[in-house]
Design a protein around this ligand. Sequence first.
Ligand SMILES: [Zn+2]
Length: 219
Amino acid sequence: MSDKRPEKPWTSRSDGGFRAKTVFVGLTREALAAFKTTEKAWINEQLTEILTRRKQACDLVKGLEASGLFRLKVGRTAFSTKAMEFYNGACTPGETYTTPEEKWLDEQEKQSHDETVKQSQIAYRDKAVCWLIARGKRYGHDFTVEGAIGLAEQIAFEEAVARQKTIWMWHGFEGQNCDGPCDGWNGVDQRCQCGNRRVSWTQGDGHTFEHPSVYGEAY
Ligand SMILES: [Zn+2]
């Protein structure tokens, strides 16, 4: 059995930048997974050896304990109580160790994910600009690039509410816990059918100007 840890099939170097960071050349999830399998087998061999030595040491300690207890003429209970006091707090659970490779891959993936999110935000913002212009809003006059999403979502909300108001029906609403029987809210009046709750339209989770979502909510 070799004492030598298996070699990693990638290399590391510093990027030499102002905030020098380690770059792993040739590191992929697949390479890491394959290496971990090899490394795990090696670690298991090492652990087997450590545990074999530990068992030998334990057998020795047990022998010492047995002869000591026999000499002192005390039972297991007295010994255990003292042992608890002696070892209490000595062993704390270890922290999870993340290898530099795993950290690096996580960072790479996070950066790539952040970039994707940023790109989709930009694309959504650009669509909002076009959407507003199509509704006759003037760029630089009625809205700015920063305010485009907010305005588009607000207008889409108002349009969705106006559409709802043309549909005559009893809507269920958030916070409908009226004291007596209540058919719901008609989407137009300020109060529900029984008059117990004030209700208004609210933007739903995931409301966008492309897919507006509104629901009634008591306030
Ligand atoms: Zn009601």
